[in-house]
Write a protein that binds this ligand. Structure first.
Ligand SMILES: NC(=O)c1ccc[n+]([C@@H]2O[C@H](COP(=O)([O-])OP(=O)(O)OC[C@H]3O[C@@H](n4cnc5c(N)ncnc54)[C@H](OP(=O)(O)O)[C@@H]3O)[C@@H](O)[C@H]2O)c1
Length: 214
């Protein structure tokens, strides 16, 4: 698959590393071309099976079949409006945790989520999938926590779109967990709020993972 990652910060690099390690080609787009180039240079060493790692500007990027919005809540909505019909037919992955200004609650309405807000703003035909919001950036670089593969909770209303994201997750050495329709993003985002506010208690310094064991 060709994956476009918009936002080449901590999460962009983490997801890009796993995608390239899984043999998928990655194009980084960032507000700063230098940031995109640096991410591409760092991720290239992880690429397997001929995966290419490149950069492009937002205006000139040939968007891949999967587009990851690795940006903050609010910027994801702006990007959807800016890209408009270019997103039609593509899988758009929302990874945002919509934290409030004091980082102890969610900024979204109780009957919505970042992913659903994005779905309302995005062009017809774009398929929004929630994923990767519970996996901290450093754990994505490592690909595991405590020797265990990361669980990636996936929510979406389009089965094919979810299957593509699940494939990406599996190929990158992680375990996809299909959580159901896009409205399940409310619970996945709430679950990660708990994971964020307990970092101090746990003392895990953003190195922990949410995993379902059986
Ligand atoms: N960090 C984590 O461990 C983690 C875990 C799970 C989920 N998340 C979620 O992942 C998202 C990104 O977090 P992050 O830690 O990766 O943030 P980050 O390191 O700040 O990366 C965001 C990147 O996006 C760029 N950017 C901003 N606006 C843009 C635009 N319009 N077009 C292209 N690029 C743009 C930023 O560039 P500038 O710096 O130049 O603005 C920055 O390089 C957030 O929604 C967060 O809630 C984070």
């Amino acid at each position: 698959m060709n994956i476009t990652i918009i936002g080449a910060g901590n999460m962009g690099r983490g997801i890009g590393t796993r995608a390239a390690a899984g043999g998928h080609s990655v194009t980084f787009v960032d507000a700063s071309p230098e940031t995109a180039e640096k991410a591409a240079a760092d991720v290239r060493s992880s690429a397997k099976n001929g995966a290419q790692v490149s950069t492009a500007s937002l205006g000139e990027a040939q968007l891949g079949e999967v587009v990851v919005f690795a940006v903050w809540y609010g910027t994801n909505i702006e990007l959807a409006k800016q890209l408009g019909n270019k997103l039609a037919g593509r899988v758009v992955v929302d990874i945002a945790n919509p934290l409030n200004s004091t980082y102890d609650g969610l900024a979204t309405a109780p009957d919505s989520s970042s992913a659903e807000d994005l779905a309302k703003a995005i062009a017809d035909g774009a398929k929004v999938v929630k994923a990767f919001n519970t996996t901290y950036a450093g754990t994505l670089l490592a690909g595991q926590v405590a020797g265990q593969p990361l669980d990636v909770f996936i929510a979406g209303d389009d089965a094919d779109a979810k299957a593509k994201v699940a494939q990406l997750v599996t190929d990158g050495g992680m375990r996809p967990v299909d959580a159901g329709p896009l409205s399940r993003a409310r619970q996945i985002e709430g679950m990660q709020l708990l994971h964020i506010v307990t970092q101090g208690t746990l003392g895990t310094n953003w190195g922990s993972a949410l995993k379902i064991l059986s």
